[in-house]
Design a protein. Sequence first.
Length: 119
Amino acid sequence: MEIKLFDAELKVMDVLWKEGDCPARHIAEVLTSKYGWNVNTTYTLIKRCMKKGAIERSEPNFMCRALIPIEDVQEAETDELIDKIFDGSADKLFASLLSRKKLSAEQLDKLMKIVEESK
């Protein structure tokens, strides 16, 4: 089952992916510090993620846990980007990325290994 998360919801999920299970209060503190959000905004977003099945809440302390791994979201978002912007062509996305960002020799080596392993 694919869960569609919007940008603000992804910011909430990002805290959980980076820090692991934590209280909603901590998520709110991080997002207030980083983006200037008020606590109610964060709690509303947590509840939206819960309704979508992306976050599970438990007591005590309104403890939150991510129910979907970041890799699943990255894959879905990448597929959507490829379909929407690059006519479903992963090679067009890859060419676009390579032409816009200067990569180090180490990064290019990593990419070459990924390409070789995917053959």
